[in-house]
Design a protein around this ligand. Structure first.
Ligand code: NAD
Length: 251
């Protein structure tokens, strides 16, 4: 079978009820790709994403699943396949923080973050690569973070999970490159979403000084890079980590 016909592409974006995931779902849908919107708790947020996609003339379905649980991930991909078709563009976006200094970090804070931010991506990739390999076309995009590259005090769990995603990305890129599948990571810097809404003013000021672009990013800044990586134009970009941080890290 030749490369997947562009009209048969289907995207799944984990945690796409708000923030970066919502912007990614919208960008892909605007590009003509039917999108599976995933949420774990807030159905109303996911419905709002779906509404935006419909208003933009796109196609989507909304699926509830806690992507840190392998049985729920399996059902999520089954339902998506049934309603939209096999997933050919997977965006592992769902993520959480449970920040504290290392000596005060509870076992469950470590485990919860590693399980959702890293293991869930593995589970979703495992569910999707067979169909991608069969179609000889696939795009896997993992939302990492610049702190996965440079570390951050108070975020040992989060940084480890985001660095782990980069290793996972490179392994998938090597394992599946010959099947027409690319795997890349996007490492956002400081993006204005609910995740960063609670930052103290003095931290915001200090961070702003470290961003050459002199502004925080918006979810669309990340979404446009994800949309590029999901496109045919990015066919020869594989195993990379692309920072979207206004020049904050430049590693
Ligand atoms: P956000 O909190 O707005 O969104 C996170 C999403 O993940 C939410 O929709 C949430 O419902 C979903 N989610 C949480 N647990 C889930 C579960 N078990 N199953 C399915 N979905 C679940 O934050 P955001 O800033 O949009 O973050 C999106 C991604 O970008 C995350 O992986 C985050 O680590 C990463 N990131 C964000 C920033 C930033 O500055 N905002 C920077 C670097 C990386």
């Amino acid at each position: 079978m030749g490369p997947l016909d562009e009209t048969r592409r289907v995207a799944l974006v984990t945690g796409s009820g708000k923030g970066i995931g919502r912007a990614v779902a919208l960008a892909l849908a605007k590009g003509g790709v039917p999108v599976a919107i995933n949420y774990s708790r807030s159905e109303s947020e996911a419905r709002a994403t779906a509404e935006m996609i419909s208003e933009a003339g796109g196609t989507c379905r909304v699926f509830k699943a806690d992507v840190s649980k392998s049985d729920e991930v399996h059902v999520l991909f089954e339902k998506t396949k049934k309603e939209l078709g096999p997933v050919s563009i997977l965006v592992n976006n769902a993520g959480i923080t449970r920040d504290s200094l290392l000596v005060r970090m509870k076992d469950e804070d470590w485990r919860e973050v590693l399980t959702l931010n890293l293991e869930a991506a593995f589970l979703c990739i495992r569910e999707s690569v067979r169909d991608m390999a069969k179609a000889r076309w696939g795009r896997i995009i993992n939302i990492s973070s610049v702190v996965g590259l440079i570390g951050n005090p108070g975020q040992a769990n989060y940084c480890a999970s985001k660095a782990g995603l980069i290793g996972l990305t490179k392994s998938v890129a090597r394992e599946y490159g010959m099947r027409g599948i690319t795997a890349n990571a996007v490492a956002p810097g400081w993006i204005e979403t609910d995740m960063t809404a609670g930052l103290k003013p003095e931290i915001r000021e200090a961070m702003l000084k470290s961003v050459p672009a002199a502004r925080p990013g918006v979810p669309q800044d990340v979404a446009s890079v994800v949309a590029f990586l999901a496109s045919d134009g990015a066919a020869y970009v594989n195993g990379q980590t692309i920072a979207v941080d206004g020049g904050m890290t430049m590693v």
